[in-house]
Each structure stands twice: as structure tokens, then as C-alpha cells.
Design a protein around this ligand. Structure first.
Ligand code: HSE
Length: 424
């Protein structure tokens, strides 16, 4: 039996999840892995006297963790970007293996952190909570070339969209519940504006396509503009609206985008609800594989943290080779160059000939209509909604068509535009 001593930085939901799992499953872990895991020190800038540290020493100085010669590896669960980045850098420089759940740090600084091998760095918990998606890409599918990695990778957004779809919940109420349940980031705008999903997509894309992590390459839309009306109209047309992260290799380059998306109800992803995440991977040898599970929450994320801890503990003292990337292998496409089908909701005056004018404007940009419905004014409103599903079109053409449609005198208010993916 090998004893491995852990230091934990941060004392939020995930750190508490790690302590809880060890409290209940320490013996099981020892039996399976031959590792006796001991948390010997916890450091947090904010003391939480109510948390049971099971005998671990407490410190408000994060540096105490990597200065402690008794500690074999450190777990970074501070959250945020700058302080966590500095901490990870310092711990690695001190020769401590680091396990982190911090997607913002890996997406922004992973290239630097993984470019030297002073000590190993693991980040399974940074993407899709409990799902071992990094293991799947780096190990299970290591012999494959990837065609796409597409998924629901923010639990908070999925929780909100599901509550709006299934219970008719208001956006703000659903977000408040997601925060109470410990799903949302400390600043929930990271979730609802799509930034958290973009951090995760940047990591998945880098791993699947052997490229540097580049958050700036990701096109980002959140879910704040998705209305109950859009969810209802999409439902009538046979779709659910999900917030997707999508990295897809095309003939001209890589699409890398996160945004709300209409998915046919027949697609498995369309029925992945609540806090669940799911990632579809298409690769040349394995074909389509799908991974699903809780994408947020203390226990689920702590499960992934401990998988890295035990994996590394079994390897020690072996050191990692630096991550090698091929920066010239792949080009992320500007959003104007991607191709997608669209859902459009166009608020117009109820006048004869409006639909024909909208159809003409679309047609003049080579955009074909797949399906259309006209909805009567909703209670208290005097505008009708023309709801259209288009065939696949280049984004730049759609943008030009929307400028033209928006300028029609009968069109009142903003047009809702959501991409559609059949994921075939
Ligand atoms: N706020 C994140 C989410 C937590 O909702 O998915 C897990 O990364």
C-alpha cells in the first residue's frame, strides 16, 4: 500500500465533494488502486469553519501547499483565472503534480503550463463534470483521427433550457435554482453567455485536433436571447433547443463554435436534460461514440478530480513528456465561413404579402425554406411571428439576408436566429 498525501487549494463545492468522497470511499479506493489517499492540508483564502476537514491542517496561505515537503500532489479547486494560474505555475515549478478542475486556466494558459515537464498536470474535471471525456479522447480513442466533437458541455445552460422547455419556467428562476444546486460558476454570466462552454470546447478541440488551446478562436453565443416562444415553436417543428459546443473538421478548416442550436427530437442529444452533459465524438476508426453524465455539481466534478489523482498516484514518480502540438495542422474558420441551417422567428405586422417579401429576400441570397409556420399574435401583442426553418446556407449569406429582411417596413423588432444541427 502506497500512501499519497494531497494538498487541496480552495474550499468550495468541488473541494467539499472531494472530502466527502474520501470520507465514504477511501477504503474502496485503497482496495482498488493500492493507494492510501490522505488529505493532509487544505488552503483557502476564505476559512469555512463548518467544513469537516477530517484532520487535515488548514491554512489561508495557498503557498503553504507547495512549500510542504510532505505533500505529494496538489489539487487546485480555487476557481477563477489569475490566482489559480499563478498557483498552478508555482506548484509545478516546485515539482508538485497538479490536478485541476479549472477550465478557464487550461483554455487560456494550458499551452504554457503543459509545455514543460517539471511535474505532471491533469484536468479531467475541467470538461463535462463527471464524464471521462478527456480520458476517452486521449486514451480510449488515441488511435483515431477525429471528425467532430459536439456536445452539451454546460450543465447550467442545459438545466435552464430544460426547465423552460419542460416546466415553462422563467429564465431567471431556473438560473437561480441552478445556482442553489451548485451548478453555476461563481459569476453565472460565464455560463449563460457561453464563456464556460467555450473554455471547455477550446480544451476538447485542442486535444482532438492536436492543436494549441486557443479560446480566442471560439465563436461564442450564450442562451440569454432564447425565449419561451422559440422553445415552443421549435418544439412544434420537431426540435429541442440545446446549447452546443461544436468542433468539426470540414474541407476548408475547423468549425469551432458554441451557441444555442435546434436539434431534431430524434437525436439522442435532444433528450439529454437537466444538468446532464453529453458529448458526441465521430472518429475514423471508432465511428460515432457518445458520452453522457452529470456535467456540474460538487460530487460529480469531484469524481473526475479523484480519477486524475488516483491515476497520477499510480504512476508516480514517473514524469510526463511535454504535450506536443502541431500548430500548422488546422485552421479554425471565421464564423462567416461556417455552414448551417437556421431557425428564424421574424416579428411582422399582420399584412398581406409579408411572407412573400421575406421569402423573396431569402431567395435572393440563395436561401431555401425547409418549413414555415405563421403564428398569430401572442396575448397582449399585435405582431405575428413568421417562423422559418432554412436549408443549410453559408453564415455570411444568412447575415446579408437578415440585414435585408430586417429593413422591410413590415418587420418590427429583432429577428431571432438560431442555428440548426441534425448531427448526422
Ligand atoms: N458551471 C459549470 C456548468 C460547472 O454549469 O457546466 C461545470 O464545469
Amino acid at each position: 500500500m502506497k500512501t499519497v498525501r494531497l494538498g487541496i487549494a480552495g474550499l468550495g463545492t468541488v473541494a467539499q465533494g472531494v472530502l466527502d468522497i474520501l470520507a465514504s470511499n477511501q477504503q474502496l479506493i485503497a482496495t482498488r488502486s493500492g493507494i492510501d489517499l490522505q488529505v493532509t492540508r487544505v488552503a483557502s483564502r476564505t476559512p469555512k469553519p463548518d467544513v469537516n476537514l477530517a484532520g487535515a491542517q488548514f491554512s489561508t496561505q495557498l503557498a503553504d501547499l507547495y512549500a510542504d515537503e510532505q505533500i505529494d500532489m496538489v489539487v487546485e479547486l480555487i476557481g477563477g483565472e489569475d490566482v489559480a494560474y499563478e498557483f498552478i505555475q508555482a506548484a509545478l515549478a516546485a515539482g508538485k503534480p497538479v490536478i485541476t478542475a479549472n477550465k478557464a486556466v487550461i483554455a487560456a494558459h494550458g499551452n504554457t503550463l503543459l509545455s514543460h515537464n517539471a511535474a505532471p498536470l491533469r484536468f479531467e474535471a475541467a470538461v463535462a463534470g463527471a464524464i471521462p471525456i478527456i480520458q476517452a479522447i486521449q486514451h480510449g480513442l488515441v488511435a483515431n483521427r477525429f471528425e467532430h466533437v459536439v456536445g452539451i458541455i454546460n450543465g447550467t445552460c442545459n438545466y435552464i433550457l430544460t426547465a423552460m422547455q419542460e416546466q415553462g419556467a422563467a429564465f431567471a428562476d431556473a438560473l437561480a435554482t441552478a445556482q442553489e444546486l451548485g451548478y453555476a460558476e461563481a459569476d453565472p454570466t460565464f455560463d449563460i453567455q457561453g464563456i464556460d462552454a467555450a473554455h471547455k470546447l477550446a480544451i476538447l478541440l485542442g486535444l482532438a485536433f492536436d492543436s494549441p488551446f486557443n479560446f480566442a478562436d471560439i465563436y461564442i453565443e450564450g442562451i440569454t436571447e432564447v425565449t419561451s416562444a422559440d422553445i415552443q415553436y421549435a418544439d412544434e417543428l420537431g426540435y429541442h433547443i440545446k446549447h452546443l459546443g461544436l468542433a468539426r473538421l470540414t474541407d476548408t478548416g475547423l468549425e469551432a463554435r458554441v451557441h444555442p442550436t435546434l436539434i431534431p427530437k430524434s437525436q439522442l442529444l435532444a433528450s439529454v436534460n437537466d444538468v446532464l452533459n453529453a458529448v458526441l465524438v465521430k472518429s475514423d476508426a471508432a465511428g460515432n461514440t457518445m458520452y453522457s453524465g452529470p456535467g456540474a455539481g460538487g460530487a460529480a466534478t469531484a469524481s473526475a478530480v479523484l480519477s486524475d489523482v488516483i491515476g497520477l498516484a499510480c504512476q508516480l514518480p514517473q514524469q510526463d513528456t511535454p504535450r506536443s502540438v502541431d500548430a500548422s495542422a488546422v485552421r479554425v474558420l471565421p464564423i462567416e465561413d461556417i455552414r448551417s441551417a437556421y431557425y428564424l422567428r421574424i416579428p411582422t405586422k399582420d399584412e398581406p404579402g409579408v411572407f412573400a417579401q421575406v421569402a423573396n429576400a431569402l431567395s435572393s441570397h440563395g436561401i431555401s425554406i425547409e418549413a414555415a409556420i405563421q403564428k398569430e399574435p401572442r396575448a397582449g401583442q399585435d405582431l405575428v411571428s413568421i417562423v422559418i426553418l432554412t436549408q443549410v446556407v453559408q453564415e455570411a449569406e444568412m447575415a446579408a439576408a437578415m440585414t435585408q429582411v430586417q429593413s422591410l417596413p413590415q418587420v418590427q423588432g429583432s429577428i431571432a436566429r438560431i442555428r440548426v444541427e441534425t448531427l448526422d
